[in-house]
Design a protein around this ligand. Structure first.
Ligand code: C2E
Ligand code: CA
Ligand code: CA
Length: 748
């Protein structure tokens, strides 16, 4: 029987009892009260009658029994309307002396009173009436009560029952609603009963109810779970939280935890709440994806996406930790700064995607070589940092650095080509070289530069000397800036001649710096610093503008025109406004652009091939010649050259120097010249110092040569004198694009 049925029955019974009480109680009460009243009335009247008889007795005590006429008359005199009554006076023997009798219907109620003679009872006075009218009245009252009782019953039954029913329906509906919510909710719900031992101490818990999501999350069916012990159902860690759950239950504090359910390998977040004493419920949420996302965000923030290694932020964090520990424990650790040798060239010539492939392979190698306790991070393009603790002597660090170099130095397969890579390492030691993260990193960086300067593929410990060098570098940059402002730069011009007959073809403009204190400084000492600081851009523009001005002056002085080459650094060439700057300088100085050539290295052309093609196209529109400088020193093949509108290639000095040696310099020069002639390119050889070199180059069909064998770089005056000489003895030199012949004579 349901609860609501029980309530209904109870209400019906109560209503029945009440209705019954009304139906029976009212007529019963009416009858009882009326009966007593009637009885009292009869007694009182009998008493009154008896008092009259007493009076008669007092006046004539011996005769009263014979006064029946008088007595009968007295009995006939009734105080009220004639209610049928029987009235009689009898002596003690029961002999009726007088009576007045109306016919009475059964049943009859009588009232009696004694008749006294001087205190002695001598007879009785009795008055009787029929109870029938009272019974009839009681019956009609009972009928009325029955009606009222029935009304009562129906009202009492129906009104509360309807209220209970509707409350019950409402409850049921709301329960249905909550049940469907409970069944369809994404979160799992599990209700548990706490199990107590004989002393009332909680020992474990069992499952009382679960929703479908809970089954899915835990990997069991509902039947498998109901009644099961918590230990069995949940993976190990959950039972461990039981004491804390009990504590939370007693304090009413919120409590939650995470665990991994082994059956489904899902990571679940559990919020515990307490619906009633002796029970607790779990609200389970699958946080596997959320945790994975958080992990991913953490990875993105702290790890390098290419190699998966810690990035600079994480490195600095670890460095802080290791630094604090080393300070506390008074131990030492080292920071190794690795930078791949010539990576920029590989990246520029083979493209970034291939550069990335190489970096991934290098990172993997480093990972395998290092101990798991060491930290390996990638902090920039080809820069890696290793953080290692020093458990033994310092020797270990040198050993570790050499070990890293040996393992990195190899040939890597990069998209069906083989790329050779090596690394330079700078080492800084805590606490010797620095006491904070940044200074240690800076020291290791400087030491790495020293390793690079020593030719790469080696390691270098930091020394304060390096710091001095770094300061010197910064000072140099300041000085270059100052020199630009003070116009301390000037130009020299090195002639380029025809390889066959030594006739003058043109010059290469070379920048020099006249420092008021240090005297004449050659470009090898400052070009690199200028490139690094970006000062090469204004310096390069100054060189180009000055060269063009000189060309114009020579022309106006009536000297014969000659081809003038100007070096352009990669940084300068990659400036977005470079070609516009060239155009405006040409226009502004009014020179004939056919006599201007720009020397670019292959790496600056390859850095952004498409942009280079566009820029060169614009320069070619102006009739400016393009020379590829230091050819062969980069990683590129001749194959790419057909993409660019090039006029000349200049074989790198190092190959010419190597011609006399047993190395394969000869084969390389031979191959370059053969290929260039097939591509219809002019070949220039620079750094020619001997007649043997000249002979070999002539033999191979090299078109033009430049070098100390013919001329050192000349001052402007010397060059002008040379051009004057040529003007005096003109000989045909080279055909301009328009076919006009420019006459210049041999100067040597
Ligand atoms: P580079 O473009 O390869 O210039 C040729 C260098 O070889 C010059 O050195 C020149 O003096 C030197 N040289 C010429 N003939 C011989 C020889 O027979 N034997 C030897 N051993 N060397 C010879 P320099 O003037 O010291 O210039 C060095 C480098 O500085 C240049 O190499 C060039 O890369 C750069 N440079 C010079 N001037 C400029 C400039 O105005 N702008 C830019 N961006 N770079 C410049
Ligand atoms: Ca050059
Ligand atoms: Ca060169």
């Amino acid at each position: 029987m349901s609860r609501s049925d029980r309530i209904c029955r109870l209400i019906t019974a109560l209503a029945g009892i009440l209705a019954l009480a009304v139906t029976i109680g009212v007529p019963l009460g009416y009858f009882t009260v009326s009966y007593h009243y009637m009885h009292g009335t009869l007694d009182a009247e009998a008493e009154t009658g008896a008092a009259v008889v007493n009076g008669i007795i007092n006046s004539n005590p011996l005769m009263w029994q014979f006064e029946h006429v008088r007595l009968s008359e007295m009995l006939d005199r009734r105080p009220h309307d004639r209610v049928p009554e029987e009235r009689s006076i009898a002596d003690l023997t029961g002999t009726v002396i007088a009576e007045s009798l109306d016919p009475l219907r059964w049943p009859v109620l009588s009232g009696t009173c004694g008749v006294y003679d001087a205190g002695t009872m001598v007879g009785t006075m009795k008055i009787s009436r029929s109870l029938a009218p009272l019974l009839w009245d009681t019956a009609s009252v009972a009928a009325g009560s029955l009606l009222v009782g029935l009304l009562f019953f129906s009202v009492l039954c129906t009104l509360p029952l309807r209220a209970v029913k509707s409350a019950y329906n409402y409850l049921q509906e709301s329960e249905k609603r909550y049940r469907s919510l409970y069944e369809s909710m994404k979160e799992g719900m599990a209700l548990h009963r706490i199990t107590y031992d004989e002393y009332g101490i909680p020992v474990s818990f069992s499952v009382v109810d679960v929703n479908p999501s809970c089954c899915r999350l835990l990997g069991f069916t509902r039947e498998e779970m109901l009644g099961k012990d918590g230990d069995e159902l949940y993976s190990g860690t959950v039972a461990g939280y039981f004491p804390e759950i009990l504590r939370a239950a007693s304090t009413g504090e919120a409590f939650s935890f995470d665990f991994v359910q082994h059956a489904t390998s899902q990571r679940l977040h559990v919020a515990v709440f307490f619906p009633e004493p002796g029970f607790f419920a779990f609200l389970l949420e699958d946080v596997t994806q959320r945790k994975a996302d958080e992990e991913q965000i953490r990875r993105l923030a702290y790890y390098d996406s290419l190699t998966g290694l810690p990035n600079r932020i994480l490195l600095m964090d670890r460095l802080e930790q290791i630094l604090a520990k080393a300070r506390r424990e008074k131990t030492r650790f080292v920071l190794l700064f690795l930078d791949l040798d010539r990576f920029k060239v590989i990246n520029d010539t083979m493209g970034h995607a291939h550069g990335d492939q190489l970096l991934i392979q290098v990172a993997n190698r480093l990972r395998h070589v290092l101990r798991s306790s060491d930290t390996l991070a990638r902090i920039g393009g080809d820069e890696f940092v290793v953080l290692a603790t020093l458990d033994g002597e310092e020797m270990n660090v040198a050993h570790l650095a050499q070990h890293l170099i040996d393992n990195i130095t190899t040939v890597y397969p990069v998209s069906s080509r083989e790329v050779y890579a090596s690394t330079s390492i700078g080492i800084a030691v805590f606490p010797d070289d620095g006491s904070d993260c940044n200074s240690l990193l800076k020291c290791a960086d400087m030491a790495m530069y020293a390793a690079k300067e020593a030719g790469g593929k080696g390691y270098h410990f930091y020394s304060p000397e390096m710091n001095r060098k770094a300061h010197a570098r910064m000072e140099l940059e300041t000085n270059i800036r100052h020199a630009l402002e003070q116009e301390e730069f000037f130009l020299e011009f090195q002639p380029i001649v025809n390889a066959g007959d030594g006739r003058f073809i043109g010059v290469e403009a070379l920048v020099r710096w006249q420092d008021p204190e240090r005297g004449r400084i050659l470009p090898d000492l400052f070009i690199a610093a200028a490139e690094e600081s970006g000062l090469i851009v204004p310096l390069g523009e100054w060189v180009l503008r000055t060269t063009c001005r000189k060309m114009k002056e020579w022309c106006e002085a009536g000297l014969p025109p000659c081809l003038v080459s100007v070096n352009v650094s990669g940084r300068q060439f990659s400036q977005p406004g470079f070609t516009d700057a060239v155009c405006s300088i040409v226009r502004e100085t009014g020179i004939d652009p056919r006599f201007l050539a720009l020397e670019l290295t292959e790496t600056s052309l390859m850095a952004d091939g498409e942009a280079a093609v566009k820029a060169l196209g614009k320069l070619k529109e102006l009739d400016i010649s393009i020379v590829v400088d230091d050819f062969g020193a980069g990683y590129s093949s001749l194959g790419y050259l057909h993409k660019f509108p090039i006029d000349r290639i200049k074989i790198d000095r190092s190959f010419i120097r190597d011609l006399g040696n047993q190395s394969n310099g000869r084969a390389i020069v031979e191959a370059i010249i053969a290929l260039a002639s097939r591509l219809n390119l002019h070949v220039v050889a620079e750094g020619v110092e001997t007649s043997d070199q000249l002979d070999f180059l002539k033999e191979q069909g090299c078109h033009e040569v430049q070098g100390y064998y013919f001329h050192r770089p000349l001052s402007e005056e010397t060059l002008m004198a040379l051009l004057e000489e040529i003007k005096e003895n003109p000989v045909p030199l080279f055909a301009s694009p328009e076919g006009e012949t420019i006459a210049i004579s041999l100067a040597t």
